[in-house]
Write a protein that binds this ligand. Sequence first.
Ligand code: G1P
Length: 293
Amino acid sequence: MQKVRKAIFPVGGLGTRFLPATKAMPKEMLPVVDKPLIQYAFEEARAAGIEQFIFITGRNKNVLNNHFDHSYELQKLLSEKAKKDLLALTRDWLPEAGQIAFIRQQEALGLGHAVWCARNLIGDEPFAVLLADEMLLSKKPFLQDMVEAYQKTGASIIGVAKVPAKKTDKYGIIDVEKEEDGLIKIKGMVEKPAPDKAPSNLSIIGRYILDPEIISYLDKGRHIKGAGNEIQLTDSMSAMLATKPFYGIKFTGERYDCGSKKGFIAANIAFALARKDMRAATEQLIRRFAAKL
Ligand code: G1P
């Protein structure tokens, strides 16, 4: 079985749901506690064994490149002052030179188009896709579970989680053939169906391991607009399902959709509570606010 070494991070979206914060700054740089969304996704991928990180970016996104590079002035100052902890936060987590690539999407045409833009770097290898605005809080990095499921099945793996039935029109939704040993055999997928058209309430959560053949489906579908008038990854996956198996695995930890303001605020509270250095102060804050309700 081929190793899953590559991951794609689509970060070319315009982030309109977070204006004015995202007017000049990419939404993936929004911090949860003190770390940008994109760094959480990067660290999740690295913990799952990913070695090559491919960012699909757009205009106004250069600050993302800078975040994954050295910051010499800051590093010099912090080392002169022997501020080891701060230096570590600035420098020590960086990928090695050559492990990271940036591709311009040129136009924000949708997730399917973003993944297609990486085709020349993917070649004939399975790869992961991570959407940084979906934050997953769990003991073991979820992508690692997904990589293990890929090693077992050799098939494309999609991370899924239940959503309230009335919210199916916000997500990709899967249709289940059967469930066995924690793996769901998928028989259909549809992007953002209305609640009365949804085949289930299991939504795609922005984590994928894909067979490289998906590139040829994305190639065929690269001018076909789907839900929301965007080129959808779900549509190409659904086309590939006719010839190649897909499995879903359920994420059972806490999921925060930081594409929405409510999810973003919830993520800040949850991630602060999960941190030893922030827990007591956050609990105190919550009590103070709750007392006023
Ligand atoms: C994308 C995918 C969708 C998935 C969602 C998860 O939608 O197209 O299938 O459920 O991410 O966050 P988006 O939120 O980019 O519209």
